[in-house]
Design a binder for this molecule. Structure first.
Ligand SMILES: Cc1cc2nc3c(=O)[nH]c(=O)nc-3n(C[C@H](O)[C@H](O)[C@H](O)COP(=O)(O)O)c2cc1C
Length: 219
């Protein structure tokens, strides 16, 4: 089976079970010093009208003021769905979500994160500030554009998996089922140059089960 289709199917099953983890991933990067960093991010489905069957792509939305932005050319995403007892590990290249799409999705965000995206121009995300009190004061005195639109720093990145591992703990014999699928890693140019064609390639490759090589792993 196409592992991306399987991933979307498992997420749909987790959502049906009201699993709060269905919407999240832990995203790992390696920082400029070579140290691993991991954080929780919302994993978003982006329907791609150009894909066969309007296949959803997965993307994360972040602010480019964060130091993580510069390190996100290649990432590892982990999703665990407790309702299913299924874990996924995705090794991914990334490619930008088109700005108009980021900006329209940004409008759906709650008010506070919207404000924060503008505030990051004053103080970058993950920088230090003397106190929470000062943070609240500065955010509440922030002048926002009218009509409210996303700042340039609001970004979206598609996650383009080249290796997918699925671990299913829910086996009647107690022996976990662990499989890995690999396909050719997209050639990495700068993030700016990695265009929609990577996503387009994913779509066609993703649709073809033969491009993924499956291996059963000792769990
Ligand atoms: C449930 C949950 C969802 C989150 N979703 C996002 C998200 O979609 N985008 C984001 O930039 N940070 C999100 N965060 C915050 C990140 O985990 C992290 O704290 C923030 O991005 C700063 O990380 P950094 O220092 O690595 O840049 C989320 C945190 C939690 C707990």
């Amino acid at each position: 089976m196409n592992p991306l289709a399987r991933f979307h199917e498992d997420r749909a099953r987790a959502r049906a079970e009201r699993d709060p983890c269905a919407e999240l991933c832990a995203l790992a990067t390696v920082n400029a010093e070579g140290a691993p960093e991991v954080r929780t991010l919302v994993l978003r489905d982006i329907e791609d009208p150009s894909a066969p069957g309007g296949e959803p792509h997965i993307a994360v939305f972040i602010n480019d003021s964060s130091p993580k932005w510069a390190t996100m050319g290649r990432v590892s995403a982990l999703a665990y769905f407790p309702a299913l007892k299924v874990q996924y590990r995705l090794s991914c290249a990334t490619t930008p979500v088109a700005e108009p799409l980021v900006h329209s999705r940004w409008q759906d965000r709650p008010e506070a994160p919207k404000k924060m995206d503008w505030y990051y121009a004053r103080r970058p995300q993950s920088s230090t500030i003397p106190s929470r009190h000062q943070l609240i004061e500065e955010v509440s005195s922030l002048a926002l554009p009218e009509p409210l639109a996303a700042p340039q720093s609001a970004r979206g990145l598609y996650l383009v998996p080249f290796a997918i591992e699925r671990l299913d703990l829910n086996q009647p014999d107690g022996i976990h089922d662990r499989r890995r699928w690999r396909r050719r890693e997209p050639s990495s140019s700068g993030r700016g140059e990695r265009t929609k064609s990577v996503v387009a390639a994913t779509t066609s490759e993703g649709a073809s089960e033969s491009s993924w090589k499956e291996a059963v792993l000792v769990p």
